[in-house]
Structures are given as C-alpha cells and as structure tokens.
Design a protein around this ligand. Structure first.
Ligand SMILES: [Zn+2]
Length: 460
C-alpha cells in the first residue's frame, strides 16, 4: 500500500527532511502512514530535547518553539507550540486558499524564517494586493522541513547539507551526515562541534557513497548547500559536484588493483596530518573528522568554475603526476580521469601513450636517460616541448621506429612543427613524463632511485 503524506518535492529543505525520515524509519516515504507520523513525531521531540541539539537548532530555526527558551513561557505552552508545527497537516486550510510552493497541495500554515531557513522574517509583508504575513505551506512539507537539521553537519559554524534530484542517492548522502552528527553529539556532549573544510566534508561523504554502493545508476549531479539565516541576513553558498566525478571514482573502484592502489595512495597523501599531542581519544576522532584533504578541496574548487572540465585537468599535474614516488605513476588512472571528468578524447590519449612508450624504449633499451631527464628536470615551455619531440623523432628515425608525426602534431593541436603549441600542451608534457616514469619505474629500479635523489636535491 502506498501513501502520499510525505513526498520529495525538489526543494532542498523538504527533501533533506524526508531523507532523514527515511534513514530513521528504514523505508521509503511512500510507506509512511499517519501512524508512522506519530512515531516520528515522538522521536523528533526526543532528539530536539537533547541540549546540544537544542542549541544547534538556533542556527536553523532562530526564535522558533525549538529554541526559544524564555523562562516565562511554561513548558506546556512550548510543547503545544512545537506540536502546532508538527501537526499543521491537521489544521484547517488557509483562507483565502493558497497552494504550497513545495508540493502544490493547499496550504495550512503561514511560515517564516523561524520555521523554514532563508525565508524573510514574520514582520515582512508579501507586497501584493491583500498581501499577508509569511509563506503559505502545507502541513506535510512543514513537518518534513522540521527534520532536515538532523541531516546536516555543522561546518565553519553553519549547516552543510546535500541535495540531488536522485532520491536514493540523496538518502545515502544524507544518512552519512545523519550518522556523523549523532557521533559528534555522542563525542562532544555539551554542543554540536563545528567542523572545518566544508568541501572536504562533502567530497569525503560522496566518496564513501561511491565506495559502498553496488550500482552506479543512481549517480547524478549533486549540490552541497552551506547556509544560515542566523544573524542579520541570509548567508548562502553552494558547492557543485558533477556526476562525472562520481563516475570516475566508480571506474577507479572497478579498475585493476594497481589503479585502485595508486588512487588510494594519492587520496591518503592529500590528507592534512593531525597535530601530535597527548589528549583524549575523542579529541583525536573529532579532529580527524575536521581535516583538510587537498585533493578534494582542489576538485571542489575547480567545479566552482563555469569551465570546470578544463580546470579539472590540473588535477593531473597537482596530484597524479608523481615525481617523488615514481612507482606511484599510473597513466591508466590519468586516462580514466581525463576521459570521464574532462571529456578528453580516447584517441588523443592513446597517441600520447604510444609516443611516451616509444621514448621510454630509448631510455630502457638504449640506456639514453637524457630523454627522461630533459622532461623531468625542468618545466618546458611550449616551444621547448616541440623541439624536444623533434629531437626524439630524429633519434627514433635513426632507430628505425619513428612516431607517426601526423599524430604528434594532432596531440599538440598544431598543424606543423613551426607552429607554437597553445592550449593544453602542458598536459601533454605531464602525461608523457608520467607514462615514461611509470615504464621506467616498472623495470629500472637504479634509475628510479637516481631520479628520486635528484628530486630531493632539487628540493633542498
Ligand atoms: Zn507542501
């Protein structure tokens, strides 16, 4: 049997509230009947009576019956005000009738910013003929919204929440925040601890979903909302997470053990190191929940840009190309990323791989390590890269295994060797170097050690 009391609406606060309800009750919202609503109501009242949660609610619903603890208001009246919010679906329809902006049902309640975040205050009139105070909403959407704070974590003092059009995915992402918030309250006791680095918090939860899910069909674009209307005005930020990143992480999960290990190593290295000092274990756990991950921060920053596909290519230079841990280079990993996230053509990547393999053969079969060190030791300019490839080609012609020169020009996006490469030629250099290092790393350990020493001296 299916019910239509609580429903997803496409609006962040209603949807997040329903995702919390589904997490708590362990079944989809279409199975929630009026009896379940009463049980959920009891559970919510219990959660919000907890002192740390009560204090946290003031940045969600300022001055609402959840956090207005004026001692002059008797406890019974406070409870009655809370139940008015939770049972507005039993209230008469508003006169004159108005549609709920979230679901379209007839409204039963006039809400303001103490009931729904980012609305205006109760004193603001809607400027229209017969204007009235507040936003008309139906009782079910109002009820759903009262649950949403349990699907947030507090990051840099403000709630951080997920929204995505896929309901299953939203429920999975919200349940991670739900569990984390419960854990923080259990560890800290007196208050809801604020975590740092909201972008790292969002991407780590998205990664956890990819790692635990069995089916990628749920993946779609996601948005992290970071906001509050506590204080003098609304404060709102949104972080975009394209489905292409989830697809890429899924591909990594399905890849060879080498690709998975290299990616896991890159992720691990990108975490900030916790401060080493003697303190209780719960402090350690709270700090580890708050750490920065440079890889996640960089990706999220790139996705803020309208041309994020181009900006995301820099991940290859900053994280995938490993000049210190040479055995941790994987062209396959970079290829997966560039195809999935940056939309790079397979053909072009194949040409780069073949060119790099031919050059690696000169290093490995003929002992000519200059072809590696010339790429490795300096940041080439675009013209220098062209000259390097011309020299490689001459040598490969001598060795009777030339590159297909037409392809080399294509990979640099030029029509002749006289033209200066523009665009992403730097990425071509990084990919050539990555592939050569990968090949050398597999077969010539002494040379790898020599390069690592050179890198160390360079740093010193
Ligand atoms: Zn509604």
């Amino acid at each position: 049997m299916s019910f239509d009391l609580l429903r997803y609406t496409g609006h962040v606060f209603v949807d997040a509230g329903i995702a919390v309800v589904e997490t708590q009750i362990g079944k989809p919202c279409t199975e929630i009947d009026s009896g379940s609503l009463r049980l959920l109501e009891e559970w919510l009242l219990e959660q919000y009576a907890n002192p740390p949660m009560r204090a946290y609610l003031s940045i969600h619903f300022p001055n609402s019956p959840w956090c207005n603890f004026n001692p002059k208001i008797p406890a019974e009246r406070r409870r009655a005000n809370q139940l008015t919010l939770l049972r507005a679906y039993e209230a008469p329809l508003l006169e004159p009738a108005a549609a709920c902006p979230f679901c379209g049902r007839t409204a039963q309640f006039l809400a303001d910013k103490q009931h729904i975040p980012l609305l205006s205050s109760a004193a603001c009139l809607v400027t229209a003929p017969y204007g009235r105070v507040g936003t008309p909403v139906c009782g079910y959407c109002l009820l759903a919204i009262q649950f949403y704070p349990l699907g947030t974590i507090k990051a840099t003092g403000k709630p951080l929440i997920w929204w995505t059009p896929n309901q299953k995915l939203l429920q999975r992402l919200t349940s991670i925040h739900f569990k984390k918030l419960q854990r923080i309250i259990a560890l800290r006791g007196e208050k809801v601890q604020s975590l740092d680095w909201p972008r790292s918090r969002l991407l780590e939860s998205a990664k956890l979903v990819v790692d635990t899910i069995d089916d990628k069909r749920e993946f779609c674009d996601c948005i992290g909302y970071h906001f509050t209307n506590y204080g003098s005005g609304p404060d709102f930020k949104q972080y975009f997470l394209p489905h292409q990143l989830l697809d890429f992480w899924w591909d990594v999960k399905m890849s060879s053990a080498t690709v998975r290990e290299v990616h896991a190593g890159i992720e691990r290295e990108a975490w900030a190191t916790p401060k080493q000092k003697k303190r209780p274990l719960e402090e350690d756990e709270l700090e580890s929940m708050s750490l920065r991950n440079r890889y996640y921060e960089f990706l999220s920053e790139a996705f803020m840009s309208p041309d994020w596909e181009r900006r995301a290519k820099l991940v290859v230079r900053k994280f995938f190309l490993q000049t210190k841990n040479i055995s941790r280079n994987s062209f396959d990993l970079a290829e997966l990323f560039l195809r999935r996230v940056s939309g790079m053509e397979k053909y072009r990547l194949e040409v780069i791989r073949k060119a790099a393999d031919s050059i690696a053969d000169l290093v490995l079969d003929h002992g000519e390590k200059r072809w590696l060190t010339n790429l490795y030791m300096k940041e080439l300019r675009s013209r220098e890269l062209m000259n390097y490839l011309l020299r490689c080609q001459r040598r490969l012609c001598d060795a009777k295994r030339p590159l297909e020169w037409e392809n080399v020009l294509q990979l640099l996006d030029v029509s002749s060797a006289d033209e200066n490469p523009l665009g992403d030629w730097w990425l071509v250099r990084d990919l050539l170097l990555m592939r050569i290092l990968e090949r050398v790393g597999q077969t010539n350990a002494p040379l790898v050690r020599e390069l690592e020493v050179m890198e160390k001296e360079e740093v010193e």
